[in-house]
Design a protein around this ligand. Structure first.
Ligand code: HEC
Ligand code: HEC
Ligand code: HEC
Ligand code: HEC
Ligand code: HEC
Length: 482
């Protein structure tokens, strides 16, 4: 007997004989159909169709493979059951029936596979095609998944409100795409089982490198030169007195002669740092690569432990961690709103009262809404009845704006409050630049990472009521108050 016919008689024929049962047929249908769908999906990707949404991962990384394996398991189970039944009834034939294309048994099998594949393709195909457009949209990422609500809220108010979440969170290239899928699937499971961290954090190391995200749109070498900043703040006194700080930031960059200058220019050298926490708020060492290739390590002289922890190469996100999810400090929120005119600086003590109201602890945004509104109303009704009588709409508008500030930044259900998410630009409310430039980071050679006030900016005026420089520059919109 030839090898082929032996194979046919001893294996293939018994296989088809025992395989002729509903369980095995369903199993092979499932397996083949999910395999074909998966192959179709991969083929779509090969020709360049990019299903960028991580949540599709749940279909393609969990459901289809699960069906594939379940189907594979059903095949031997069905065969075994049929064999046992036939054995009991003494109906196992001495010679298994031969198979050929005309065989109804064989045809049944093929039909089931074809039918299941069509149904699968139509259902999964249509669903994913329709789903893709929707699921790729920030609305899906930010809203369908309620745990993202704080980030979604901050996103809408940001300069990137028209950049899709996936542009920054998925990155380009196959590797980041697959990673995002696996992550997305993991997150979906966490959300389903209510087993996710509150507040949600994205340790910098799990984010895509800026090269694959920010730098797709912004050139790191763009020369920006100097940038003027004017900060207007209000006091806690009865007249909410205005003061202004004016500074020029030495943003720099790489100029046409390839000189690297200023804040942007000096951090393009792939500095590596070591932090003791995932949010990189405590940086104990940073290593700079000098133009001649040598390396200088600056170590925090107040740190006595070993130099180990989370290591990372510095990029845009180490400073611009809030490029999109800008969570304000309570002070910034109210100052910004008052520059805008509401709460009106004409209301006595509105800065002090407003700040206290939005900084108090509430159990939900709904409770905050009621108590902030009632609190401000009470204050003017009892302390300034005349104003309360004559300027009700101004008081009401102030209360409404305070509630909006709260809802924009504080999310009790997600344990997000003022200051939960540090902002690394600057050094006033959070350590920011001073995580390294605090004057304590010293090299072996005795060189200190400077914290000289003029290193990063020129302070043209600090907390002045009417800085002369603003008049000189004629910055009209900075001067409309008092
Ligand atoms: C311009 C780039 C960019 C876009 C667009 C963007 N993100 Fe982010 N996202 C970031 C960066 C950078 C961080 C890291 C912040 C940090 O670690 O402090 C982050 C962090 C997060 C976090 C973790 C929480 C945190 O603040 O650390 C969540 C959740 C998140 N983003 C969701 C979203 C959602 C949902 C969208 C779309 C509605 C979105 N992101 C759009 C850049 C972006
Ligand atoms: C898809 C393109 C795109 C990506 C990706 C992107 N940005 Fe932007 N970014 C923009 C555009 C467009 C603006 C200008 C918005 C405007 O002027 O209102 C902008 C503005 C900014 C600004 C100025 C904000 C301001 O207040 O004026 C900063 C800073 C910034 N981006 C940093 C980043 C960082 C950091 C990343 C990566 C985490 C990033 N961007 C990713 C397109 C992008
Ligand atoms: C060492 C910290 C640091 C790093 C690293 C950094 N930036 Fe900045 N960047 C700043 C500061 C500070 C400002 C000014 C902030 C402000 O306007 O309040 C700024 C401003 C900007 C602006 C707005 C410029 C304007 O004209 O208003 C853009 C866009 C920007 N950065 C993009 C990037 C990109 C892209 C990268 C990565 C290649 C990057 N930055 C890396 C600190 C940094
Ligand atoms: C992870 C540590 C780290 C952080 C955070 C950091 N820097 Fe730096 N910075 C360095 C190192 C290292 C150097 C280079 C020192 C050298 O040349 O040896 C440097 C250099 C500079 C220089 C140039 C100094 C010079 O000699 O002219 C400026 C300006 C600067 N940083 C501004 C900033 C600003 C602004 C921020 C915050 C937005 C910031 N840095 C955050 C590590 C850091
Ligand atoms: C390593 C760089 C760096 C050094 C050193 C530095 N600053 Fe700053 N500073 C910044 C940056 C960046 C901002 C802008 C933050 C922003 O965009 O809101 C800032 C903002 C400020 C502001 C206005 C911020 C506000 O919210 O009112 C003041 C005031 C200030 N710095 C004072 C100082 C003083 C005083 C020193 C010296 C002890 C100093 N800075 C040293 C980087 C630096």
């Amino acid at each position: 007997m030839s090898l082929v016919s032996r194979l046919k008689e001893n294996w293939l024929q018994p296989f088809f004989f025992f395989g002729n049962n509903p369980i095995t047929l369903i199993g092979s249908g499932l397996t083949t159909a999910s395999a074909i769908t998966l192959v179709f999906y991969w083929a779509m990707e090969m020709i360049g169709h990019r299903f960028a949404n991580p949540y599709l991962g749940i279909i393609f990384f969990l459901i289809l493979p699960a069906l594939f394996i379940a189907g594979l398991l059903l095949v031997p189970i069905g065969m075994g059951l049929r064999r046992r039944a036939l054995l009991r009834a003494g109906q196992i034939p001495a010679v298994y029936p031969t198979i050929h294309l005309g065989d109804p048994l064989f045809r049944h099998g093929v039909l089931v596979v074809v039918a299941a594949t069509c149904v699968n393709l139509i259902i999964v195909g249509t669903a994913s095609y329709q789903g893709v457009t929707y699921m790729d949209s920030p609305h899906f990422c930010g809203q369908a998944c309620h745990v993202m609500y704080p980030q979604w809220t901050a996103y809408q108010a940001s300069p990137h409100s028209h950049v899709d979440c996936v542009e920054c969170h998925v990155g380009s290239g196959m590797k980041s795409y697959v990673q995002a899928k696996v992550n997305g699937t993991k997150q979906l499971i966490e959300v389903t089982f209510q087993d996710y961290p509150r507040p949600i954090r994205a340790p910098l190391n799990v984010l895509r490198p800026a090269r694959e995200t920010c730098e797709e749109c912004h050139s790191p070498t763009r020369f920006t030169g100097e940038k003027l900043l004017v900060k207007t703040t209000f006091g806690d006194d009865v007249s909410n007195s205005v003061t202004r700080t004016v500074l020029v930031l030495h943003l720099g960059g790489v100029d046409s002669l390839s000189h690297r200058t200023g804040i942007h220019g000096h951090h393009l050298n792939n500095f590596e740092y070591v932090a003791t926490d995932a949010d990189a708020q405590t940086i104990i060492a940073v290593t700079a690569t000098n133009p001649d290739g040598t390396r200088t390590q600056y170590v925090d002289s107040t740190w006595k432990g070993p130099i180990k922890g989370v290591t990372r190469t510095m990029d845009c996100i180490d400073c611009h961690n809030q490029a999109t999810h800008v969570f304000q400090t309570a002070e910034d929120a109210i100052d910004e709103a008052m520059v805008d005119g509401t709460p009106s600086p004409s209301l006595p003590f509105v800065h002090k009262e407003g700040l206290q109201l939005i900084q108090a602890t509430y159990t939900s945004q709904a409770e905050a809404g009621q108590k902030i509104t009632a609190g401000l109303d009470d204050f003017y009704r009892t302390q300034y009845p005349q104003i309360w009588q004559s300027q009700r709409p101004v008081v009401d508008a102030a209360a409404k704006r305070l509630v909006a500030m709260y809802d924009r930044n504080v999310f009790p259900s997600m344990k997000v409050t003022w200051g939960t998410y540090p902002n690394n630009i600057g050094h006033m409310a959070y350590p920011g630049c001073f995580r390294c430039h605090d004057g304590n980071h010293v090299s072996k050679g005795g060189k200190t990472l400077s914290n000289d006030c003029s290193l990063c900016h020129n302070l043209l005026a600090v907390d002045e009521t009417h800085p002369q420089i603003l008049n000189d520059l004629s910055l009209q919109n900075e001067l409309h108050l008092q």
